[in-house]
Write a protein that binds this ligand. Structure first.
Ligand code: SAM
Length: 182
């Protein structure tokens, strides 16, 4: 764990089951990157395939992210808070995102966003600084993370350019225009 200054967002994926959750966890990681997070942490397990997929996208399409895996998720949360960061657990049982998002933006703290899989241990509900709902209906960690980051960055993340990209898309109404820039 390493803080790079204020207002960075890291995503901690908990409850990943290698094999079963590989695709969805990879999507969590790709959304984290594309929607402006600065780090992706796979808690409690090592899954090289997830990390390789994310690394491959970073290599081709650019961006800098800290990647960690196999960390103890509970210890990570405790350490994160000890170091002055805030922990935001995304859950349908939480407080509506609209109620807290401006407060989160003005904390001046790095934020660890925790997203779960099937069952989330009570620890994450009690030890997080915020339990935040992206609406109070069950949906998906991928959708929840995307909406959270979009609300946090107020849509600006969709205009980001990614440092070190080898390929860049030239937007077009039809077809696929991709330019090699490195
Ligand atoms: N019962 C679970 C819960 O506590 O939200 C739903 C499990 S869902 C398959 C997996 C993950 O998606 C959850 O751990 C949570 O991080 C996220 N999620 C699903 N719906 C959400 C919502 N409405 N708001 C925030 N996060 C949500």
């Amino acid at each position: 764990m390493e803080f790079h200054g204020c207002d960075k967002i890291y995503v901690l994926r908990i409850g990943h089951r290698p094999g079963r959750d590989r695709r969805i966890t990879t999507h969590v990681a790709l959304v984290a990157r594309a929607f402006g997070a600065h780090g992706f942490i796979l808690g409690d397990v090592v899954d090289q395939r997830v990390v390789e997929s994310l690394s491959k996208v970073l290599k081709t399409w650019g961006g800098m992210m800290r990647i960690e895996q196999g960390v103890d998720s509970k210890k990570y949360v405790v350490e994160w808070r000890k170091r002055g960061g805030a922990v935001v657990h995304l859950t349908m049982y939480g407080v509506h995102v609209d109620k807290v998002i401006s407060e989160l933006r003005s904390l001046g703290k790095d934020i660890l966003v925790v997203v779960g899989a099937e069952k989330v241990p009570p620890f994450f509900y009690t030890e997080s600084d915020y339990n935040v709902a992206i609406g109070n209906q069950p949906h998906s960690e991928v959708a929840a993370l995307a909406v959270f980051l979009d609300r946090y960055y107020m849509g600006s993340e969709l205009y980001s350019t990614f440092e070190g990209a080898k390929l860049v898309i030239e937007p077009s109404h039809r077809g696929k225009k991709v330019v090699r820039v490195a």
